[in-house]
Design a protein around this ligand. Structure first.
Ligand SMILES: [Zn+2]
Length: 487
């Protein structure tokens, strides 16, 4: 099935400078502070993280330079940062500490014994038993006479009692946010029944604040892998595909991006217009925008108002729309950039663009970042030797559009689904959801693709803005295309 570019935001990469993106990286600062031991360091924490230390995160700078959206035609048309601040504020809210109500969403841990071996620390025993080292004091308190120096000295051969503790699931996972292997292990150790009960106990506010995080956790839980391990799996897969064709991995990725990605088009119509003609189009945009507002139903008006409150709204961008073959698009900055065809469609019938508004202003922006498939591929490319990396990214199309776009597009299509009708000037969610799922299946190693889809399902399932029929649209397509069951 041919990809429909009508509603494609293409590689609408954020225009934020790289350092701003890094500053916005989830959890980095707050988590370190939260993890700082209170009242003195517990038993020597593993001196060096060694093998388990996460590799340095990908530096974003190079990754975006390949993206056509770095051609920032609009930079300067708005005060810098106007559209990005709310995104970051929202992200910060989503990654901050979350208070979990007592007695809900816990998992029972401990209750057994542990025979101390050389090298053990109470911190590590607590980590392995309860999912976090912070419970080491509970072991100390349960073993008076068997631990010394306040718990800092334990002797090999001694049997320690491990008290039974109700460990809060969400709180413990959040505390492990900076330790992917601990998060993977703890999340993976919870039974499906306990995990479903935990999810079922989350209220609307908790679901919204944790949706992105729980999506990531689902990827780890279902695959048993951290993001780095998923990236390693993906790299092995790509190396195998490249070898089958007798290509280097850089050449293979380059070819995938050239074939399946997009970006890098050119505009001819808009630059050919006279200044008077351009001014006339701008006036038509202004007028039709008011017509759309006037016709908007309450829920569509709410999407527009939320976008505007976040610093976004409608933006006249005929040249970018033409360059990208887009009906309308967003850069995940709460703005809906529109061009000629959007204005013509809205002039003919203002209600015909509601689907596009729900898709771009709503869906893509509500999904936000990170895009996990893109993050995995950024890591894969970052881990390549420099010449392979340069080769992979040397084309005009974007890595993002080849590996990241699908998940945000699926979410946007699900948001659009409610407003879809036969004369939709863009493509139809009932077709595109399946198409994008197939793209994920084909672009990633099987286990990575499944992790992405299971994570996405969790995200969709927990999002109250996605109505039940749209959730079903995702579930039935994903189950058929991947041959899996989603619960
Ligand atoms: Zn889209």
């Amino acid at each position: 099935m041919a990809r429909d570019r009508e509603s494609t935001p293409s590689a609408q990469q954020p225009l934020r400078p790289a350092q701003e993106r890094e500053r916005a990286a989830p959890g980095k600062v707050t988590l370190t502070q939260r993890l700082a031991p209170v009242g003195g360091a517990p038993v020597q924490r593993k001196a060096a993280l060694g093998d388990s230390a996460p590799r340095p995160p990908v530096k974003s700078a190079w990754a975006w330079t390949n993206d056509p959206w770095m051609d920032t035609a609009h930079r300067g048309t708005q005060p810098p940062g106007l559209g990005t601040a709310p995104v970051q504020a929202k992200r910060a809210a989503g990654t901050g500490p979350v208070v979990q109500r007592e007695g809900e969403g816990t998992v029972s841990r401990g209750g057994g014994e542990h025979v101390v071996v050389r090298g053990d620390t109470l911190w590590d025993i607590a980590q392995a038993t309860y999912g976090h080292g912070r419970y080491w004091t509970r072991i100390r308190d349960a073993n008076r006479g068997r631990v010394f120096r306040g718990g800092h000295l334990i002797h090999p051969g001694v049997t320690l009692t491990l008290p039974a503790i109700e460990v809060p699931i969400l709180d413990t996972m959040r505390r492990n946010e900076d330790d992917p292997e601990a998060l993977r292990d703890f999340a993976g150790s919870i039974s499906d029944a306990d995990y479903q009960a935990f999810l079922g106990a989350l209220d609307a506010e908790e679901r919204e604040a944790n949706a992105q995080f729980l999506q990531l956790v689902e990827m780890m839980r279902s695959s048993g892998m951290t993001m780095q391990e998923l990236a390693d799996e993906q790299r092995t897969f790509l190396e195998g595909e490249a070898a089958r064709r007798g290509e280097s991995i850089g050449t293979y990725i380059h070819g995938q991006i050239a074939t399946h990605g997009y970006g890098g088009g050119s505009a001819t119509w808009w630059p050919s217009l006279t200044p008077d003609e351009q001014a006339d189009w701008e006036e038509r945009f202004r007028r039709v925008q008011e017509a759309v507002r006037g016709a908007a139903t309450d829920d569509v008006r709410q999407i527009i108002e939320q976008a505007e409150a976040a610093g976004g709204g409608f933006v006249w961008a005929p040249e970018d729309c033409e360059r990208n073959g887009a009906f309308g698009f967003t850069r995940i900055d709460h703005r809906l950039y529109v061009g000629r065809r959007w204005v013509e469609a809205a002039e003919a019938d203002p209600t015909s663009v509601f689907a596009n508004i729900a898709h771009e202003m709503g869906g893509h922006n509500e999904y936000g970042e990170p895009l996990h498939g893109f993050a995995i591929m950024e890591q894969v490319v970052a881990d390549l030797p420099e010449d392979e990396r340069d080769e992979a990214l040397s084309g005009g199309n974007s890595l993002f559009s080849t590996y990241g776009y699908m998940e945000t597009e699926i979410f946007a299509e699900l948001r659009e689904h409610t407003y879809d009708r036969d004369d939709n000037p863009t493509d139809h969610p009932s077709d595109d959801v399946g198409h994008q799922l197939e793209r994920i299946r084909d672009a990633f190693a099987p286990r990575v693709a499944e992790a992405l889809v299971r994570g996405l399902w969790r995200r969709v399932q927990l999002d109250d803005r996605v109505p039940e029929p749209s959730k079903e649209l995702f579930r039935t397509n994903a189950e058929a295309i991947f041959g899996i069951t989603l619960t």
